[in-house]
Design a protein around this ligand. Structure first.
Ligand code: NAP
Length: 192
């Protein structure tokens, strides 16, 4: 089934995080992510999952990737621990890959069955939050793969210094309902 990676990176250096934080606070960025992923299934690495408010995101099923099979999620009805990424390879489910960097890298470099069919690439043009302490986390290898293996199928949508484009893996047939959903979610920017 279709796999979709959704990220927002900083222009030029491809930074997506500093320590556990996203180094910009732009509400339309969170809203776009919510519209794309609401009522869908997400995959999040353990660090990203821990960074969600109360370790949850409403109205979403979350697969938490951790090497610790005994990891305790915050909501056992809707969140599930996966310790082997291979389990996703043949999963018959529409899956939204929500980071962080190690998860994007594992899927983008994972070959047939793991590499996302679609990437929603948002790029922030403003300054990083200079007050944050911690290591900068970037996804440059993913951007190199994006440029080599994908084609852009959307216009550039710009909102609050963030440019969003949609990319499809070259040669892939992508479910048009998925593409339609993503375009609608990006374009619905009149939402409060
Ligand atoms: N801007 C954006 O779009 C965006 C989106 C999401 C996250 N972020 C940022 O990204 C940063 C976090 O990224 P990160 O790379 O440090 O952490 P991460 O990918 O969120 O989580 C890393 C953890 O995931 C588990 N993991 C990784 N690969 C695995 C595999 N192949 N199989 C099983 N488990 C695996 C491990 O958990 P265990 O150690 O428990 O085994 C690992 O420590 C934060 O700064 C966050 O704010 C940004």
């Amino acid at each position: 089934m279709t796999k979709i990676a959704v990220w927002c990176r900083h222009t030029q250096d491809n930074v997506i995080g500093i320590g556990p934080h996203i180094p910009w606070k732009i509400s339309s960025d969170f809203k776009r992510f919510r519209r794309i992923t609401e009522n869908k299934s997400l995959i999040a690495g353990e660090k990203t999952y821990e960074s969600f408010p109360n370790r949850t995101l409403p109205n979403r099923k979350i697969y938490v990737l951790t090497f610790n099979p005994k990891y305790k999620v915050s909501d056992e009805q809707n969140h599930f621990v996966i310790s082997d990424i291979e389990e996703f390879r043949d999963m018959e489910e529409e899956l939204y890959i929500a980071g962080g960097a190690s998860i994007y890298k594992a899927f983008m470099g994972g070959g047939e069955g793991l590499i996302p069919d679609v990437v929603v690439d948002s790029m922030y043009k403003g300054d990083l939050n200079a007050n944050l302490k911690g290591k900068k986390v970037d996804i440059t290898p993913c951007i190199n793969i994006l440029k080599e293996k994908y084609i852009c199928v959307s216009p550039e949508y710009e909102e609050d210094s963030i440019i969003t484009t949609v990319w499809v893996k070259k040669g892939d047939f992508v479910d048009q309902a998925v593409i339609k959903h993503i375009f609608k979610a990006i374009e619905n920017n009149g939402e409060k």
